[in-house]
Design a protein around this ligand. Structure first.
Ligand SMILES: NC(=O)c1ccc[n+]([C@@H]2O[C@H](COP(=O)([O-])OP(=O)(O)OC[C@H]3O[C@@H](n4cnc5c(N)ncnc54)[C@H](O)[C@@H]3O)[C@@H](O)[C@H]2O)c1
Length: 315
């Protein structure tokens, strides 16, 4: 994997810092380059060092649920929320990550450095009853929930002529129904307690365009559905003070894409070439968007899609 990323970065001509970080990370997808990331953000002991400027970005004492937070984008965004002051409850279908995992590192950092908590709950977002029970339990224990990032998602590359109904249903049930039911469970707690809040669902630039050379008809349709779902939930729940927005990332270096680079090496260069910055993105590049959308900094923003794709869709 190291060679894949290194080659990809060298041929894509990225910003020097990201290139250095990539070249050092071995393997970057598995470890999320924990040390490099720490150096990148310089966020140790934030509680003591926090400067009281831009208070609208603070998530101090907010309770936020993040689905798909065992790893990847969800975990990286969860760490950003913790740094901004939130208590975070992670939900994911994977068994609780072990003590050597990135998740364990972030959970330890939350208690040791950030005076906060990262709590793990194992559940499949397709299991509506169990999901509702877990989210209800979080709200009960914490006295409410202030926000959500629904990042749990799956991907499958199969030509449309070969797609089975079973696979298409699975894609839509995780990416669309799963995100919908997670948002619904959190919104129900907010409405019940008359608490305002902010919900974010992770869509994709693939919800807006068909990717050249990446054949994912059901995935792309599912992400278009997430964007449209976001607008509809925003229109229904705005009267309760609940904002709903989506984030549409471009290609991110995570476990989800790592397998595709192994199967299709030419994508190491063709994907970066397809955007204006000529490189892939990293989960850390979506930290700011998460804090912005969950905090009062975006208080008048709802029903919107925040596309962060290196200009891929803007050609
Ligand atoms: N990686 C990319 O290039 C990219 C680009 C655009 C959007 N996205 C989206 O970002 C989100 C995060 O993706 P990632 O790249 O971090 O992938 P990832 O596979 O590393 O992480 C996804 C997480 O979701 C969890 N998950 C999957 N199905 C679940 C289910 N049914 N119930 C509960 N948890 C479940 C997985 O266990 C995993 O921890 C996804 O919604 C993905 O579609 C990714």
């Amino acid at each position: 994997m190291t060679s894949i990323i290194s080659k990809m970065v060298l041929t894509a001509g990225p910003r020097a810092m990201l290139a250095r970080r990539s070249l050092q990370a071995a393997p970057i997808v598995a470890s999320q380059a924990a040390h490099a990331r720490r150096a990148f953000h310089q966020t140790q002991n934030l509680r003591q060092a926090r400067i009281p400027s831009l208070p609208e970005f603070s998530l101090q004492d907010r309770v936020i649920v993040v689905s798909g937070a065992a790893r990847g984008l969800g975990l990286t965004q969860a760490e950003a929320l913790l740094e901004a002051g939130a208590v975070v409850h992670a939900i994911d279908r994977l068994p609780e990550p072990d003590k050597d995992s990135d998740f364990a590192r972030v959970a330890k950092r939350a208690t040791d450095e950030l005076n906060s908590r990262l709590v793990y709950h194992r559940v499949d977002v397709r299991e509506q009853a169990a999901l509702g029970e877990i989210i209800g339990g979080i709200a009960e224990k914490e006295g409410g929930i202030n926000g959500l990032i629904a990042a749990a998602g799956i991907q499958q590359e199969t030509p449309a002529l070969e797609y089975t109904a079973e696979d298409a249903d699975r894609m839509l049930s995780v990416n669309v129904t799963g995100a919908f039911m997670t948002a619904q469970a959190v919104a129900r707690e907010m409405v019940k307690r008359k608490q305002k809040g902010s919900l974010v669902m992770i869509a994709s630039m693939s919800g807006t365009v068909a990717n050249r050379g990446l054949i994912c008809p059901a995935y792309n349709a599912s992400k278009a559905a997430v964007i449209q779902l976001g607008r509809n939930l925003a229109s229904e729940w705005g009267e309760h003070g609940i904002r709903v927005n989506t984030i549409s990332p471009g290609y991110i270096v995570t476990a989800m894409t790592a397998g595709l680079f192994e199967a299709f090496p030419e994508r190491r260069t063709s994907w970066p070439d397809a955007n204006m910055l000529k490189r892939l993105s990293y989960p850390e590049e979506y930290r700011g968007a998460a804090v912005f959308l969950l905090s009062d900094a975006s208080s008048f923003m709802t029903g919107a899609d925040l596309r962060i794709d290196g200009g891929h869709c803007a050609w």
